[in-house]
Design a protein around this ligand. Sequence first.
Ligand code: RIB
Length: 302
Amino acid sequence: MRQGHVVVLGSVNVDLVLRCAALPVAGQTVKGGDFQRLTGGKGANQAVAAARMGAAVRFVGAVGADESGRDARDQLRAEGIDIRHLKELRDVATGAAMILVDEPSGQNCIALYEGANAHVDTALVDCAADDIASAALLVCQLETPVAATLQAARIARAAGVPVLLNPAPAMPLDAALLASVDILVPNESEAMVLTGQSVAGASDPDHALDTLLGKGARSVLITLGADGVLYGDRETRLRREAHVAQAIDTSGAGDAFIGAFAAALVSRAPLERAIDLAQRAASISVTRRGAMASLAHACEIA
Ligand code: RIB
């Protein structure tokens, strides 16, 4: 991999986070405890996670011309991220995420309002084409439209820039997009949606991984929560145990993993070291509240 900057194409949200003694079921109302309004979005979180691990990051996305959008721009700028391709849109609100966190377990559930994220289009990607083509790595997720992601992946591949896709939130994927991915990083449930296969048993992740390689991804790294991670490409297969941590809030743990992994790759860390750093970053993030707020800095990781 060439050295240089990471381009993150993705979402920006305002996260409205409520911590509850138990998550409500359909039809139930529960009283919450602590409430926070924070900048988030998988794209923005992954950009910040990579920047905090030392990567030079350029962000491509969209926010509304509102308070949440201004907060997000200020936050990303303060993290040292280049936001010249973070478009501010009139007459559309910044994306939002309603996040309920189950206090005892730290698990969460999230509902999204797309807002400005739905307006990330191929024209915006074309404006960022030079940044993408000169990058060391392109990182994308699925909270912004697939057409824009596909366009960015095409530009990257034509320039020899590897493409990392975190297929979150889970949805069936366009074959053309999967075929343009160099590193696919799903969690268990995303891998299940992409393959239609269980990823729960001891050997099941291997089957799902083989299926994803068969669908055209050049390499796949499945994060398995408490069961660690599984990496595979045409020649290599690696399994790593999870790093144990006392989780109080798992929001953004996947973003911490992806950002740290991307930063390690562009610093030319060997694959096993990059996975280890990503696992450490994720295990720190779950011990803190919030998604972006919980992301680790390089100095915290041995
Ligand atoms: O991965 C966590 C993120 O998912 C939150 O910040 C929220 O905005 C949703 O996009």
